[in-house]
Ligand binder design. Structure first.
Ligand code: AP5
Length: 220
């Protein structure tokens, strides 16, 4: 089962991808996470990506395609994967189709998390991430048990550089210009499944489960 989780910044792609990983035992491929770890490790790729990410711009297609190509052929993707934050442009979507064709694979569903802009700004401004294990939180909707500390490993929670308000506005504009056209692209391909991403995290999980169960039939 090969999935794309689609939606604007802060729609809940990462949150729901973790649920899919835990429930269906397929890996999450998050281009954002891979780029952030390259930035942290100061690799050549990270040096290219850093400024672009901090400004809310997209990293060039060929750079992102390079990391997806390397990741998607690994053995843990043999039974499927959930793409989070990729593709983000029409050329990325075209290239993904070619990559999958060469592997005799195809995308089963593109799950679009539809959320209004006002909710997105609130979600991103309240988002915190563990500085050590990367677990995500929200100050209001998914707070840690002890303020500012990770429930899983106890490390400090931090705010992402690109979650500052002015960068968020730019990320939303970039999404509208470059990524939103993919909705029509996947609608035409008959793959787009709309989900109301504005509700509670657990309600969205239920909706996603229904879409996926439609795909694999007898999964519990
Ligand atoms: P990336 O990391 O992919 O960021 P994004 O797409 O902007 O998405 P986010 O991670 O911000 O949000 P999300 O939808 O995962 O929401 P989350 O679950 O965390 O990309 C970052 C940058 O990398 C890009 O700007 C670009 O520069 C570069 N990049 C990445 N991929 C690229 C590509 N393919 N091509 C080119 N460049 C690329 O939720 C947000 C918050 O809300 C959390 O605090 C969460 O707890 C909370 N929350 C989630 N769901 C709910 C809910 N239902 N109700 C209340 N709160 C909720």
């Amino acid at each position: 089962m090969n999935l794309i989780l689609f939606g604007p910044p802060g729609a809940g792609k990462g949150t729901q991808a973790k649920f899919i990983v835990d429930s269906f035992n397929i890996p999450q491929i998050s281009t954002g996470d891979m780029l952030r770890s390259a930035v942290k490790e100061q690799t050549p790729l990270g040096l290219v990506a850093k400024q672009l990410m901090e400004s809310g711009a997209l990293v060039p297609d060929d750079v992102v395609l390079g990391i997806v190509r390397e990741r998607i052929v690994l053995s843990d993707c043999a039974n499927g994967f959930v793409l989070d934050g990729f593709p983000r442009t029409i050329p990325q979507a075209d290239a993904l189709e070619l990559i999958l064709e060469q592997m005799n694979k195809r995308i089963d569903h593109v799950i679009s998390l539809d959320v209004e802009s006002a909710a997105i700004v609130e979600r991103l401004s309240g988002r915190r991430t563990c500085s050590s294990c990367g677990k995500g939180y929200h100050l209001i909707y998914d707070p840690p048990r002890v303020a500012a500390l990770c429930d899983s490993c106890g490390a400090a929670l931090i705010q992402r550089e690109d979650d500052r308000e002015e960068t968020v506005q730019n990320r939303l504009a970039v999404y509208e210009q470059q990524t939103a056209p993919l909705k029509a692209y996947y609608e035409q391909a008959g793959l787009l499944r709309h989900i109301d991403g504005g509700g509670a995290i657990q309600d969205i999980q239920l909706q996603i489960k229904k879409v996926i169960q439609g795909c694999i039939g007898d999964h519990p």
